[in-house]
Design a protein around this ligand. Structure first.
Ligand code: SAM
Length: 435
C-alpha cells in the first residue's frame, strides 16, 4: 500500500469506529481488517497506528474542530491529526488528500476553511478546559482529582502513555530465569518486573504470540499490576478458592501456580465466551485444579457453597480507567451512566461473593479502575454493611503472600497507577472474615 492509501484506509477505519460507538474499538478494527484480508501486516499496523493516534487525541481534536463550527468527520479528524499532532503542515495535508489512485479525494472548500483555522495552533491550546487539556472525560474528573490531587497532570500523562508488554511466568512449567533464557534465545530480551516475582517485561513490545515460550505455556501476557492482585490473594496449595468474575482466567492461572496445582479453584463468570476462553487457557498452561462455572440467574451454586471458601477474589467489572493507555477508546465510550451502573453492580457482586468466604478466609476486591468510587468507597460501604469483615493493611497482606520487600504503596489498600508504579492502574483491598 502507498502511504496515502494507508491514510485513506485509516479514515475508513475511523468511520467504522464512528458507526459503532458502543463497541470496543479493537473488536471493530478486527472486523474491519477481517473484511479486508488483502491488507498485509505492515500496512495493518500503519493504518491502526494512525487511527489509534486519532482515537487517543480525539477529545482535543474535537475541541479544535468544534471551535470552527464544523462537525468531526473521519476525514476532518485525520486531517486535523496530521496538522496538529504530526505537525505535517497544511501543504502536507493537501498532499495527503490529493485524489490520486487509492488516496483520499481532495479537501472540500469547507474542509480547507476549517484546516486553515487550525493551522499553526498548538494541540494543547491555552483556552482549553482542564478536562480536555488533560485528555480526561468530565464525568471522571472529580474522582481522578480525589485520587491523585496535585499529581493529576502527571497521572493523566501516565494514563495516556504507551503500555509495556508484561509477561507472567508460569511457575507450574518453569522458573522466571529459565523463561527469560528461553525468550532471549528466541530473540526476545526481557527484564524482571519491579514488584511481581513472576513477571518479565518486554522492553520494546516485540510480538511474542508465535514464540515457543508462549505456545508451550511458559508465559502468559498479564500486566504486572494484574499479577500483584493474584499475588495478594495469597492462594496456597490445598486451598479452596473462588475466582468470582474470572473472565478469561488471567488471575485463575496465576493462583493455580501459587497453589502448585493443588486444592480447587472455581472460575466463575456470567459470560459464556469468556469462560470458553478460560478453559482453553487453563489447558494450555497445564492447570488441572480449576473448573469453570457459568453463573446464571436463579443459580443456587453460590448459596449451596456459602462460607466454604478460603479465598474469594472479586475482580469486578469496572470503568477500566486504569487501562486507558491500552484501550484509548474506553475513555470516549464510557459515560457517567455507565459509571453509576457499574457502582451498583460492583456492590451486588461483592455482597454475593462475600457469602462464599469461610470464617478466617480472605475476600480480595479488585478493579482496574483508579476512581475511588469504584475502589475504596466500595470497600468502605461494604465494611459498613458487613461487621464480620476487616480490612487487612496492604503491608500485612503483602507479607502474608510471602513477599519480603516493601509493599507497592503505603496506604491501607493497593492503588497502582502508570505514573507511580509503571503498571496499569489497579486497586485491590484484602478483607478478612473474622467469624
Ligand atoms: C475485570 S473482568 C475480569 C478479568 C479476569 N479476572 C482476568 O483476570 O482476566 C470482569 C468480569 O466480570 C464478569 N461479570 C460481570 N458481571 C458479573 C456478575 N454479576 N457475576 C460474575 N461475573 C460478572 C464479566 O463477564 C468479566 O469477565
Amino acid at each position: 500500500m502507498t502511504p496515502l492509501a494507508r491514510i485513506s484506509a485509516a479514515i475508513a477505519l475511523l468511520d467504522a469506529l464512528e458507526s459503532a460507538p458502543r463497541r470496543p474499538a479493537d473488536a471493530v478494527a478486527n472486523d474491519f481488517f477481517r473484511a479486508r484480508r488483502f491488507i498485509g501486516g505492515g500496512d495493518r499496523r500503519a493504518i491502526a497506528d494512525r487511527a489509534w493516534g486519532v482515537v487517543r487525541e480525539r477529545a482535543r481534536l474535537d475541541w479544535h474542530i468544534d471551535r470552527t463550527g464544523a462537525a468531526p468527520t473521519g476525514r476532518l479528524l485525520m486531517a486535523a491529526y496530521l496538522l496538529l499532532v504530526e505537525r505535517g503542515g497544511l501543504a502536507g495535508v493537501e498532499a495527503a488528500f490529493n485524489g490520486s489512485q487509492y488516496a483520499e479525494r481532495p479537501l472540500t472548500p469547507e474542509e480547507r476553511r476549517v484546516l486553515a483555522k487550525l493551522d499553526g495552533q498548538p494541540l494543547l491550546h491555552p483556552k482549553m478546559d482542564e478536562a480536555t487539556r488533560l485528555n480526561l472525560p468530565e464525568w471522571a474528573l472529580p474522582g481522578l482529582k480525589a485520587r491523585f490531587g496535585e499529581a493529576l497532570p502527571e497521572a493523566a500523562a501516565g494514563l495516556e502513555g504507551s503500555a509495556p508488554l508484561d509477561l507472567r511466568v508460569n511457575l507450574l512449567r518453569t522458573s522466571r530465569e529459565a523463561a527469560a533464557a528461553t525468550l532471549a534465545a528466541e530473540g526476545i530480551p526481557t527484564e524482571p518486573t519491579r514488584y511481581s516475582p513472576w513477571g518479565l517485561r518486554v522492553p520494546d513490545r516485540r510480538p511474542i504470540l508465535n514464540t515457543r515460550a508462549f505456545q508451550d505455556g511458559l508465559v502468559e501476557i498479564q500486566d504486572e499490576g494484574s499479577q500483584l492482585i493474584a499475588l495478594l490473594a495469597d492462594a496456597r496449595p490445598g486451598m479452596k478458592v473462588a475466582d468470582y468474575c474470572a473472565g478469561a482466567a488471567g488471575k485463575t492461572l496465576a493462583m493455580a501456580a501459587t497453589m502448585g496445582n493443588r486444592g480447587r479453584i472455581a472460575a466463575l463468570d456470567v459470560s459464556v465466551p469468556r469462560l470458553t476462553g478460560a478453559t482453553k487457557r487453563l489447558r494450555r498452561a497445564g492447570v488441572d485444579n480449576a473448573e469453570t462455572h457459568l453463573l446464571e440467574s436463579g443459580d443456587r451454586w453460590v448459596k449451596r457453597r456459602a462460607a466454604t471458601f478460603d479465598r474469594v477474589l472479586v475482580d469486578a467489572p469496572c470503568t477500566g480507567t486504569g487501562t486507558w493507555r491500552r484501550n484509548p477508546d474506553a475513555r470516549l465510550r464510557t459515560t457517567q451512566e455507565d459509571y453509576a451502573e457499574l457502582i451498583t453492580k460492583q456492590r451486588a457482586i461483592l455482597d454475593r461473593a462475600a457469602s462464599l468466604v469461610r470464617p478466617g478466609g480472605k475476600l480480595i476486591y479488585a478493579t482496574c479502575s483508579v476512581l475511588p468510587g469504584e475502589d475504596e468507597e466500595q470497600v468502605r460501604d461494604f465494611l459498613d454493611q458487613h461487621s464480620d469483615f476487616d480490612a487487612l493493611p496492604l503491608a500485612e497482606a503483602w507479607a502474608d503472600a510471602g513477599m519480603k520487600g516493601p509493599a507497592p504503596g503505603e496506604g491501607p489498600h493497593m492503588a497502582l497507577a502508570p505514573h507511580s508504579h509503571g503498571t496499569d492502574g489497579f486497586f485491590a483491598a484484602v478483607l478478612r472474615r473474622r467469624t
